[in-house]
Design a protein around this ligand. Structure first.
Ligand code: BES
Ligand code: MN
Ligand code: ZN
Length: 498
């Protein structure tokens, strides 16, 4: 899809669908809205706005048919009051516009960039571009007819001439970010039969090559991981015929801010549960158990384009969790690379076993901040639902920075505590730790506490993305079913803050 930013009047744009976003409240007037429309539709538009009591509330839509050669439809879409409207209102608006455009069978759209008094046209444009690209995403590799529903062109109409260059820059940035999210979504949506640990390694190789000379990749195989003492991670791969791959991506900026960020993504390419086998239903979406890794790879795609000033390391302990005669058993004890021993009482709590060694590896790079992303616990989905990530952290400043980044980027996250008193729930009778807690309750928190054992007090944020990583039903107006690429947008925002 092509996206343009043009200074013009919306109604002189050559697109099949013209989208006019409007704020509710003081400035709202039906007369001034229809006054901008072509003469021929003014009367009927005013009549239907009155009849439907259109006032510009968020999500309100009015469609006007235009019977002229160039345009087919006008969409008036409400944003809510200018004081309450956020970037998310603009994202939701463009998502709605694209859904309707698709329903009309049209492929070109022009939309005005809505700017409230304190708002900035470039920020709004970037948010709209990201949302538009996400709304236009489809995973149709396996469909006979593919590409059929994709949009052709979106024109962002700029009202103030002074914003033109900044808006065009924002369009470019938005496309770069959305491109990274799409990479993550593709990786998640690909069936586990193809998206194996080796395929993840190949994807990382492609991304690093494409990103250019400031990027490098190290791939460790099982023997090399054993050499480093990663007994916890490699044990997870024992039951699978797919060889495991440990990935270390590096981005070294030309001029560094002296900050170093490590992002660690859970990369379980399929989670059957292992010998603690999941029921069939619980396995249906478990190709998504590498969504954290996918977010890291999507993020690196964006780094290649934006080249921020912060050094970044991406760590992925990719592995498949399968049952077999070679698989780890409940009751087995393994030793992680930081020397801690773990009693594995449930082979389905495998994510933390892989992250134990991934975090230990990351820590050795002496990062100033570590962020892990993991589809770690079903309990987190129970606690926060399908759209919100659970954030846990040992550092208030970093936690707040990630929360603020998520808010600006349009991803929902909520902090949960690393409650010291629950630490006793993961004490083992025979080893240093057990991989499942002795209580049925608070499963996300005990998983977070388990990970904390491997970060040694370094500033760290754990993101449990089990809910939002994979959408079983559409999430809002601009994110469809399947892999969401959740986390990429927040990481981009975070690295720029650093
Ligand atoms: N990958 C799952 C968690 C998950 C569940 C992700 C639903 C996405 C959607 C994880 O490996 C797992 O199986 N966790 C167990 C932990 C339990 C055995 C302590 C869980 O949540 O049931
Ligand atoms: Mn599991
Ligand atoms: Zn898992």
């Amino acid at each position: 899809m092509n996206i343009l930013g043009e200074k013009m009047d919306l109604f002189s744009a050559k697109a099949e669908v013209l989208v006019l976003p409007v704020f509710s409240g003081e400035g709202f007037s039906i007369e001034s809205i229809v006054g901008r429309m072509p003469e021929s539709v003014r009367k009927s538009a005013a009549r239907s706005m009155k009849a439907s009591e259109f006032v510009g509330k968020a999500g309100e839509v009015l469609a006007v048919d235009v019977h002229d050669a160039a345009h087919h439809h006008i969409l008036v879409i409400g944003l809510g009051s200018a004081t309450d409207a956020t970037l998310e209102s603009a994202r939701e608006m463009i998502g709605t516009a694209i859904t309707l455009t698709r329903r009309f069978g049209a492929k070109t759209l022009a939309v005005e960039i809505p700017v409230s008094e304190e708002g900035d046209a470039a920020d709004v444009a970037e948010a709209m571009v990201v949302a538009a690209q996400l709304a236009d995403y489809a995973f149709d590799t396996y469909k006979e007819k593919n590409g059929a529903k994709r949009m052709k062109e979106i024109t962002l109409v700029i009202r103030d001439g002074r914003d033109v260059l900044r808006v065009r820059k924002a369009v470019e940035r938005g496309c770069a970010i959305a491109g990274g999210v799409a990479v993550a979504r593709d990786l998640v949506n690909m069936p586990a039969q193809v998206m194996t640990p080796s395929a993840l390694a190949e994807a990382a190789e492609r991304i690093v090559k494409e990103a250019g000379k400031n990027f490098s990749l190290k791939v460790l195989d099982r023997a090399e991981c054993e050499e480093l003492g990663m007994g916890s991670y490699v044990a997870v791969g024992n039951g699978s015929d797919e060889p495991l791959k440990f990935l270390h991506l590096t981005y070294t900026p030309e001029r560094s801010s002296r900050k170093r960020l490590a992002v660690i993504g859970k990369g379980v390419t399929f989670d059957s549960g292992g010998l603690s086998l999941k029921p069939g239903d619980g396995m249906m979406t478990m190709k998504c158990d590498m969504a954290g890794a996918a977010a890291v790879l999507g993020f690196f795609t964006v780094l290649g384009q934006l080249q921020p000033r912060c050094e970044v390391h991406g760590i992925i302990a990719a592995v498949e969790n399968m049952p077999s005669g070679k698989a780890i058993r409940p009751g087995d004890v393994v030793k992680a690379s930081n020397g801690k021993t773990i009693e594995i009482l449930n082979t389905d709590a495998e994510g933390r076993l892989t992250l134990a060694d991934a975090l230990t590896y990351a820590k050795k790079l002496e990062p100033t901040a570590m962020v892990d992303l993991a589809t770690l616990t079903g309990a987190c989905v129970v606690a926060l639902g399908e759209e919100i990530t659970g954030l846990m952290s040992n550092n208030d400043e970093l936690a707040q920075s990630v929360l603020d980044s998520a808010e600006d980027a349009g991803e929902k996250m909520w902090r949960m505590p690393l409650e010291k008193r629950y630490r006793s729930l993961i004490e083992s009778d025979i080893a240093d730790l057990r991989n499942i807690p002795t209580s049925r309750y608070g499963g996300s928190l005990t998983a977070g506490l388990f990970l904390e054992e491997f970060v040694d007090g370094l500033p760290w944020v754990h993101l449990d993305i089990a809910g939002p990583a994979f959408a079983e039903k559409p999430m809002g107006s601009y994110l469809g079913k399947g892999g969401t690429g959740h986390g990429v947008r927040t990481l981009v925002e975070l690295v720029e803050r650093m």
